[in-house]
Design a protein around this ligand. Structure first.
Ligand code: FES
Length: 117
């Protein structure tokens, strides 16, 4: 089991504004929505551009280049042209030396589990 990695102070995140963080060497787009945190791979599955430069619409992050929207909970593309999902990661907030950080597990979630049963 992989440990969570400390990434960014929670109070620096702006609601519904994507922020790029590094989880180890992996770029991840973090989004805070009403105190809930989401983390998805910061690379569009359609082309190699940063999703953290896109806009949040509902619970989706829209790619700035061609407009595919990715579900922040599952990484699934909701609109074309992207057809492949992007990875999603587990998040937690934790206090370190009096500051609350967003910790992210670098192992992508197995979203297939969420669709079984
Ligand atoms: S590069 Fe993201 S939708 Fe085309």
């Amino acid at each position: 089991m992989t440990d969570f990695i400390r990434t960014i102070a929670v109070d620096t995140l702006v609601d519904r504004q994507p922020t790029r963080v590094l989880v180890g060497e992996t770029p991840v787009a973090v989004v805070s929505i009403d105190g809930e945190f989401f983390a998805i791979g910061d690379r569009c599955s359609h082309a190699d551009v940063s999703l953290s430069e896109g806009d949040v619409d509902g619970c989706a992050l829209e790619c700035w280049l061609h407009g595919s929207a990715f579900d922040l909970r599952t990484g699934a593309p909701l609109t074309l042209p992207a057809i492949e999902p992007v990875p999603v990661y587990a998040t937690r907030s934790a206090d370190h030396d009096g500051i609350t950080y967003l910790d992210i597990n670098p192992t992508p979630l197995d979203i297939a589990k969420g669709h079984s049963s």
